[in-house]
Ligand binder design. Structure first.
Ligand code: SF4
Length: 181
C-alpha cells in the first residue's frame, strides 16, 4: 500500500489580502471629538470586514488627544501648508494643535505601511481624515473643498484615499490593483 501523502490545505489568510486603512471612528468606538462614532452600513464594508481587510486607526488618539476634546479646524492655509509648517490647526478654544495633527498624520502613514495598506477610507470633513471637504476655520459650520492632514500625507505617500461615502469606488479601485486579492 502506497504511503499516504500529507494533504496540503491552501487557505487565504489575513496576510494575503490587500488591506484598507480605515478611520477608527468608522463603525468603531465613540472616539470622535464629541465622543461619537460614524456608523457605516454597506455590503462593501461587511465584505472587507469578513475578508480581514480592515485596519482601523485614529491619528488624533495616536497623537495623544483625549476623548472628548474640543473641535479643531484648519484655521490657516490648507493641509499641504500645515504639513510644511506654513499653516495651522487650532481648537475652537484657541489652542494651537498643529504639531499634534502633524504627528498624528506621520503615525497614520507609518501604521498604513506597517500593515500593508494600499487604500484608505477615512471620515470626511475631519481636519485629520477629511478627503473631499473641510470646515473652513471659522467654527460656524461652513465648509470648503479640501483635505485633512492625515488624508493629505497618505495621498502624498502614494496611498489612495476615499471618503466613507465612496466605498463602492474604493472597492473597485482595490480590485483593480495588480497582484491583489
Ligand atoms: S482623527 Fe480620524 S479616526 Fe480619529 S476620530 Fe477623527 S475622523 Fe475619526
Amino acid at each position: 500500500m502506497a504511503n499516504a501523502q500529507p494533504v496540503q490545505i491552501s487557505r487565504r489568510s489575513d496576510t494575503d489580502v490587500a488591506k484598507v486603512l480605515v478611520s477608527g471612528c468608522l463603525n468603531g468606538p465613540p472616539i470622535r471629538y464629541n465622543q461619537t462614532n460614524v456608523p457605516v452600513e454597506s455590503p462593501v464594508w461587511d465584505s472587507w470586514d469578513a475578508d480581514g481587510r480592515l485596519v482601523p486607526f485614529c491619528a488624533e488618539l495616536a497623537a495623544g488627544f483625549p476623548i472628548p476634546r474640543p473641535p479643531a479646524e484648519i484655521v490657516d492655509g490648507d493641509s499641504t501648508k500645515v504639513l510644511c509648517g506654513q499653516g495651522a490647526v487650532a481648537e475652537d478654544v484657541g489652542t494651537d494643535v498643529t504639531a499634534l495633527f502633524i504627528e498624528g498624520a506621520r503615525l497614520a502613514v507609518a501604521h498604513a505601511r506597517e500593515n500593508g495598506c494600499v487604500v484608505a477610507v477615512l471620515t470626511d470633513g475631519s481636519p485629520s481624515c477629511g478627503s473631499t471637504y473641510q470646515y473652513d476655520g471659522s467654527f460656524t459650520g461652513a465648509t470648503r473643498a479640501g483635505t485633512g492632514v492625515v488624508a493629505q500625507l497618505l495621498m502624498d505617500s502614494g496611498i489612495r484615499v476615499f471618503p466613507e461615502s465612496q466605498l463602492e469606488q474604493a472597492d473597485a479601485y482595490l480590485r483593480s490593483l495588480p497582484n491583489r486579492t
